[in-house]
Every structure is written in C-alpha cells, then in structure tokens.
Design a protein around this ligand. Structure first.
Ligand SMILES: Nc1ncnc2c1ncn2[C@@H]1O[C@H](COP(=O)(O)OP(=O)(O)OP(=O)(O)O)[C@@H](O)[C@H]1O
Length: 126
C-alpha cells in the first residue's frame, strides 16, 4: 500500500526496509559474512590491545566504510544482473568499478589497522 510509506510511518518503514536489506546482505553474501567475521576479530584484538576512544572511533569508521561499501557493491550487482542478465562489456566494467571501490576501502582499512595496532604491539615486544 503506497500510503504506508508516508508521514510519520516513513521513518519506521525506511528503517524496516533497511533492516530487511541488512538481513539479506548478511544471510546471502559471503563477502559480507567475511567482513563481519573480520570486524568481530578486530574488536576482540582491539579489546586485548586496549585502544583509546579516538582509536576505537577510527576503527569503527573504517569497519563501517568497508561493510557499507560491500553492501552497496552487492546492491549494484543485483540490480545490474536484473537489468542485464546477459554478458555486456558496460555491465562488466560497472561491476569491476564497484568491486574496485570495495578493494580501495579494504586496502585503506588494512593500512589504518596497521597504523593503530603495530606501534602498540611493537612497544609490547620492545
Ligand atoms: N553481465 C555481465 N557482463 C559482463 N561481465 C560480467 C557480467 N557479470 C559479471 N561480469 C564480470 O564478472 C565479474 C564478477 O561478477 P559477479 O557478478 O559474478 O560478481 P562476484 O565477483 O561473483 O561478486 P560477489 O562474489 O561479491 O557476489 C565482474 O566484476 C565482471 O567483470
């Protein structure tokens, strides 16, 4: 019913659809599962390493960026598969570009993790 998505209910429905999307991403996308597992591992390592508030904030921003980018990539892939089920160069390039965005974010996340964790671990070892 179109009128459900109006006025006061708009926020409620927007959140419900977003939650539905999150469930689909977690249940059906292998890469999202891998990123969530990595997030749990990083949080455990962060707790052991005893990070500062700012370091936690940077880490969560980074994790959020990687997972969000992966979900956007999935959304694009699904839409493109629906719009053009056959092989097409433009579709391939669009998917490669979306995958590149995920890769760039993941590389930056690894660099940030190294910048946060390595000095602390080296200090423990020294
Ligand atoms: N319709 C298409 N036309 C041309 N090339 C495509 C098409 N679909 C996929 N490809 C190529 O295959 C690659 C993989 O696409 P696919 O949709 O299978 O994603 P994937 O790597 O399996 O993603 P994920 O593992 O995240 O689901 C794309 O990056 C693109 O290069």
């Amino acid at each position: 019913m179109a009128s459900d998505y109006r006025g006061k209910n708009r926020f409620h429905f927007g959140f419900r659809y977003a939650w539905k999307g999150l469930k689909v991403a977690i249940l059906t996308e292998r890469n999202v599962k891998i990123h969530l597992l990595a997030m749990i591992m990083v949080i455990i390592i962060g707790l052991i390493t005893k990070l500062s508030t700012v370091e936690w904030a940077i880490l969560f921003l980074t994790i959020g960026a990687v997972i969000s980018m992966e979900i956007m990539n999935t959304a694009l892939e699904r839409a493109l598969d629906y719009l053009e089920p056959k092989k097409h160069t433009a579709i391939g390039t669009a998917k490669d570009l979306a995958a590149a965005a995920v890769l760039v974010t993941a590389i930056i996340a690894i660099i940030i993790a190294c910048l946060i964790f390595l000095p602390k671990w080296l200090a423990i070892l020294a």
